[in-house]
Design a protein around this ligand. Sequence first.
Ligand code: TXA
Ligand code: MG
Length: 337
Amino acid sequence: MKTEILSDKNESDIKRAAGLIKAGGIVAFATETVYGLGADASNPEAVEKIFSAKGRPQDNPLIVHLSSADDTGIYAEPNGLFRKLSDRFMPGPLTVILPRKQTVCDKVTCGLDTVGIRVPLYLPARKLIKYSGCPIAAPSANISGKPSPTKADHVINDMNGKVDCILCGDDCSVGVESTVVKITGPDSLIVCRPGGITVEMLESVCGSVETDPAVMSAFSGKPISPGMKYKHYSPTAEVIILDGTEEQIADYLDGKKDFAVICFDEDGLLKKYDDVYILGKRDDAGEQAERIFDALRTMDKKPWIKTVYARMPQTGGVGLAVYNRLIKAAAFRTVTL
Ligand code: TXA
Ligand code: MG
């Protein structure tokens, strides 16, 4: 398939991409979290194309993207807590799982009676949805199992020739996918996937905020978000998390070969190795989130790297999302030094 490469800096390109979605095509586009691969959420044939382009498991539902939270009632059953969350965090990197209506096709929800609703903050994404005149179902625009794309180049790498259009835009400023929450009561919710809207931020509007155990450890049961059970975000090399001091890590790596290190600015001792990716300052989780997928993708381009050792991040704020993406890339392999 010939993929049109367009730019969201041009209004006419956004309109062209919207026309392709309206006509049943699939279009990759930038958001503030990661690039998405979008199709008309009310058109099952179009949605099916997303699953084949990504090689996505058929039981993993897609998020529905709207240009305004005011449209939620057309596709789902919003309640009081949803309105509090949407007033505060939409547009933004938050997806709320709500009871669905039939206006979203079964292919999007994979047969569940719920649907995830998100309103992206990145303006060209909202324009794309508005010009399309339909809700846009969109997973991250990576091949299933690979790190999510946060730069236009990442998407071109994975999707050129497989989609109708790649609408290139800015690098994604949040860098990890949206926080997915499910409302469990009038003033309670559960975080199914951590992201840019942190647990602390959610606690400021909601009385009880739980976190699905699948976020922090190898799940032994059924996670609320089907996507959380898949090994994810993995470069070809094996990823291992090292929990220890800089000195302990340097000792551990001594004599090892064909490896890369993902660490922090302050880790002077670890910068001597040939392949090092600096995620940012140790206490700047925002910077780490922005770079984590690029770090994993950078490793993928270096075929001599057999193992990627990542220093354990802090888990407060957006750090929880960075940790979650790393432990999933590592398939939960952690060495405590
Ligand atoms: O930031 C994001 O959310 C990006 C951008 C493109 O908006 N999208 C994204 O989509 O990350 P995806 O498909 O890669 O991840 C969606 C996650 C999956 O873990 C999926 O299982 C979960 O949301 N999900 C979607 N609908 C759900 C539902 N009805 N119930 C529970 N989990 C759901
Ligand atoms: Mg994804």
